[in-house]
Design a protein around this ligand. Sequence first.
Ligand code: PMP
Length: 423
Amino acid sequence: MNLQERDLQHLWHPYTQHQTAAAPLGIVKGKDALLWDENGKEYIDAIASWWVNPYGHSNQRLAQAAYKQLTQLEHVLFGGFTHEPAVALAEKLISILPDNQQKVFFSDNGSTAVEIAIKMALQYFYNQGEKRFTVVAFEGAFHGDTFGAMAASGISFFTEAFQEHLLKVVRIPLPKKGSDESITKLKEVIVTHRPAAFIFEALVQGASGMQIYAPEALDELLKICQAHNVITIADEVMTGFGRTGRTFASYYLNQQPDIICLSKALTGGTIPLAVTTTTQAIFDGFYSSDVNKALFHGHTFTANPTGCAIALEAIRILESEEMQQNLQRIAKRHQAFVKHISQYPNVVNARTLGVILAFDLKTTENTDYYGAFRDQLYNFFIDNGVILRPVGNILYILPPYVITDEQLDRVYEVLEEAVKRFK
Ligand code: PMP
């Protein structure tokens, strides 16, 4: 039996309706922006494997960092203990995050980073005896699949079955050019609900199809939150570590969020690790002679030393001249491609920020998130050796920063083919 057949016997895959889904591709090898399946077919990973892998598959430097740490101290519990990789990574993160960030709380993935951020915000007010139970989020947001993260997410069919069990979230529209609607709605919600927090994907809503909005608009919303003591949470799980062309999307802002969530590219796509970082003021809200005011949250693998050592090396790679040039190179090429592809009448709202590029395909077909049109597109790209996952009729790419010009040209070419074919 091959990998595919063995998989079908026992595996349950994410976001998969197993009755209708095609069997998963068995991948046996990865190098830089390329992956190979068990039949030897080569693919360009145009979405960096769900946005985690900026520095390339099977990266030697990250592998060496892992090996060194695994043979020195692979893991130790983080309750009552600490270690060099966690301390050094926290120091490094604090030095590159917005100035107001002072404390780092470790967990395992984007959802837990968000879950912890929401718990921090709610308990911050609880500890002070202040009644604030609501969270404000954007329509169309995606923050993860745990209960708090689901509650803050707006994509309905992901969370439909759980609506009765989710915490109170009020949604406001994503800022649009020339409209004050999201400001007006936020002001309203602040009066009617006295929210504890406002959570947002910074500048780009990823899972709803790379919807980009302006930093100036977000700054306005943050100012309103600050004026009303609403804790602001920047979910930079997707945007962190260079995706938007700058190290963090928050760099584009004048206002600084109180809490920042990071994961995905943190370890360069190697092993799961996440952080929720906060200001001193939030930390101080838990600092007390009363033990009950502590944040009673922790995961077994909190601050796993191997993950932390890899993350440190990953940040060094990000900061290298070579990687910074890659970011600029890809951003420039994306801008040119956006111009080019926009000439097709069935291409709508072609957009790019940093290494993110997306456009909508005008069609009379059903444009459901996981609909038949999306499946046709997906299969077309797979057949052509390019891995990308359309969101309904939205095509997007978010390649590893190490993608070569030739590989990127091939991705553009296949995208253009799709535009011509799926009219
Ligand atoms: N936040 C954002 C912005 C995300 O894009 C995602 C995942 N796509 C998450 C949180 C959840 O991360 P994870 O899948 O690691 O739980």
